[in-house]
Design a protein around this ligand. Structure first.
Ligand code: ADP
Ligand code: MG
Length: 261
């Protein structure tokens, strides 16, 4: 069964899109067939991290949820651009950057049920091991519904009081939605704070496993979403940490499969 992993945070700018894209790349390097869905229809961006040229995008998730195309038509093979020559592959399903499309989504919302229903067909067509969902931050109906069908919900958090308060709300909601597994990642942790302490503090506060702690990193900030950090920096400590996060998330996802979810 394909693992569905949603990457979410209460606030924007937490690192969702960059972390999602890099996890997809690292999982593909391990031979996995991965699709990345940009369900942040109001403020799309993960295609930028993948370096996807705008001209290549003819069909988007926004078109799909507005009944203008099939889901498979929005799936762009990224494997050659990412120079993946092992068994792994990455497809990207981007959202529309057109102002009219975004305004319409903000005004009218979208039929997330339709999206959820088509995941199985997409998995079948592409033979996926992993579906990674990049989300819109905060509490919103669409994200709640995609979260509800995920095997694993990853909550990203920065060491910031606003993030802690908001994440508590997200955790409570995810519990109510019955997500089989919740995993937490601390991002942008400054070097003067002990990472083991951060991990413990988050685990104690929320009661879920912290699968990784990532530093606030100058190289990452300097890259500014202009590429895949792990591809450009294969031996960087962030890449090592993300590699271990990817492995742990795959393990958690297969545990929840085993539960028959
Ligand atoms: N660990 C990190 N250290 C420094 N900058 C980071 C780190 N993680 C993400 N960033 C930067 O933070 C910004 C927001 O990241 P992004 O992935 O777009 O967040 P989100 O999708 O949650 O809004 C980007 O400029 C990105 O390069
Ligand atoms: Mg984003």
């Amino acid at each position: 069964m394909t693992a569905i992993v949603s990457i979410h945070s209460y606030r924007g700018g937490t690192g969702k899109s960059n972390i999602t894209a890099n996890l997809a790349y690292l999982a593909a390097l391990q031979g996995k067939r991965v699709a990345v869905l940009d369900t942040d229809l109001q403020s799309p961006g993960v295609h930028v991290v993948f370096g996807m040229e705008k001209e290549r995008i003819t069909h988007t998730l926004t078109d799909f949820v507005q009944n203008k195309c099939e889901l498979e038509e929005c799936a762009y093979q990224m494997s050659s651009a990412l120079e993946l020559d092992g068994g792994g592959a990455v497809w990207l399903l981007p959202s529309s950057m057109r102002i009219e499309d975004i305004m319409r989504v903000i005004d009218e919302g979208y039929d997330v049920g339709k999206l959820n229903m088509q995941f199985a067909a997409l998995n079948e067509a592409l033979g996926l091991d992993l579906l990674l969902i990049d989300t819109h931050p905060g509490l919103n109906r669409e994200t709640m519904l995609t979260t509800a069908i995920s095997n694993v919900l990853v909550l990203l958090i920065r060491p910031d009081k606003q993030d802690f308060h908001g994440t508590a709300v997200m955790v409570e909601l995810a519990g109510r939605l019955g997500v089989p597994n919740i995993a937490m990642i601390a991002n942008k942790v400054v070097s003067r704070i002990d990472h083991a302490d951060v991990k413990k503090k988050i685990a104690d506060a929320f009661g879920y496993e912290v699968v990784g702690v990532l530093p606030l990193d100058e190289d990452m900030a300097n890259l500014g979403s202009r590429g895949l950090f792990c591809k450009l920096n294969p031996d960087h400590p962030i890449t090592h940490e993300l590699r271990s996060i990817a492995a742990r998330l795959m393990a958690l996802a297969s545990e929840s499969d085993g539960d028959g979810e």
